[in-house]
Design a protein around this ligand. Structure first.
Ligand code: CDP
Length: 224
């Protein structure tokens, strides 16, 4: 494990990825988005002609390959050498990713890939996901569990996607979030959970800047 790891976990739409990226930037570290790897694997699975077992999905991940490549912009998800940063955010991937990420062989493969990726950046990584502080990096210097009220998370997701914040859109996002949070929290392997030693931050009433500064401040304390 690299000397510095900050783990940020939390439910869908809590702002983990954007927060992790900003914290990494402030501290000279690199953002590592575990969800992007699950999404890239899901994309590869969706594009396969047959229904694949966990072992076959891992086989596909190795042969294509699927992975995260460290660039000047940070880690980019790739499938067969192609940057799939945009494609992994598509609704068809979002609708299926919780199912693929509940497969134990898939999780083992992703965890290994994340641990390897984390050694690549000299200043360490800010990793976001669902089980980063509990399973992937239990010895992380700082663990944060980021959460917010469901309506606020839905509102932020719409803002991020540049869509109007009207009742119909909010209801649609709320439903998608609820389904995914329920699946992620109830699965038997590595469910979404706060580590016992995580700092829980409810960002419902916090500005983005305040939440980033709070985590960076905790990190400086943890690293000193
Ligand atoms: O950005 P958003 O919160 O919508 O999700 P994400 O971080 O891109 O993760 C997408 C999905 O991957 C989650 O809903 C989980 O099913 C799965 N995931 C996981 O199981 N464990 C992780 N460490 C990260 C993501």
């Amino acid at each position: 494990m690299p000397s510095r790891v900050i783990a940020i976990d939390g439910p869908a739409g809590a702002g983990k990825s954007t927060t992790a990226r900003a914290v990494a930037e402030q501290l000279g570290m690199c953002h590592l988005d575990s969800g992007a790897l699950y999404r890239a694997l899901t994309l590869a699975d969706l594009d396969a002609e047959d229904e694949l077992s966990g072992q076959q999905i891992v086989g596909l991940a190795r042969s294509l390959p699927v992975g995260l490549r460290l660039t000047e912009l940070g880690f980019l998800p790739e499938v067969a050498g192609v940057d799939v940063s945009n494609e992994v955010r598509s609704p068809r991937v979002t609708a299926r990713v919780s199912e693929v990420s509940a497969i134990p062989e898939v999780r083992d493969w992703v965890n290994q890939a994340l641990r390897e990726a984390a050694t690549l950046h000299p200043n360490g990584v800010v990793v976001d996901g669902r089980d980063i502080g509990t399973v992937v990096f239990p010895e992380a210097s700082l663990k944060v569990f980021l959460t917010a009220a469901p309506e606020e998370r839905a509102r932020r997701r719409l803002l991020q996607e540049g869509k109007p914040i009207d009742p119909a859109n909010v209801a649609e996002i709320l439903e998608e979030q609820e389904v995914r949070d329920a699946a992620d929290s109830s699965r038997s392997v590595a469910p979404l959970a706060a580590a016992a030693d995580a700092i829980v931050i409810d960002t419902s009433a916090m500005t983005f800047e305040a939440q980033v500064n709070r985590i960076a401040q905790e990190a400086r304390k943890a690293f000193s």
